[in-house]
Design a protein around this ligand. Sequence first.
Ligand code: 5GP
Length: 199
Amino acid sequence: MKKGSLFVVSAPAGCGKDTILNELFKRTDKAGYAVSATTRAPREGEVNGVHYHFLSRAEFERKIAEKEVLEYTEYCGNYYGTLQKSVNDLLERGKDAILKIEVEGAMNIKRQFPEACLVFILPPSWEVLEKRLRDRGTETEDKIIERTNQARREVKFAESYDYLIVNDEFSAAVDDLLAVLRAESLRRVRNDELLARFE
Ligand code: 5GP
């Protein structure tokens, strides 16, 4: 069985990455979400083992010490990390493993796995992103400014990514991501066994 590939998807808050990924997993069974671990509290509707493995700080630190974490970061006062097991379980079943992680984690994964494919999701413009954050109606003006500034810092990393997808029209963005997965699966380096048939 062909092993799956490693993908990282990053995007600033408000760019629609969760919605895009949820739809992607409905449209393909060739890719799966590598569930991260975090010490932040579950939000309403989040299920342990599905959205995250919710751990205490002590549990998280034990996993780091036992080298069960491929990369981790502290983001807004909480640990977030990619579990080796989450990734391996998918790759060994022949599925592409999708890591939904922030930019520092993405750079860390690329250093360890240069063949990993990094995808950055952009908003159509800064104006649209700010409008989307405002329209949520859940954030104070200070929080909106903080999130926009954070987004500007994150977008600086986009130049180190392999693919850029603009989430202008949601369904087209999902198509774009599916196209990336498909193109990557056709790479010669991932298909040496195919050429071996023609030796
Ligand atoms: P949230 O708390 O909104 O679920 O996630 C906050 C940020 O942490 C998001 O940018 C998310 O992509 C990132 N994140 C989630 N899991 C991981 C992980 O395992 N490693 C890293 N480096 N970042 C993560």
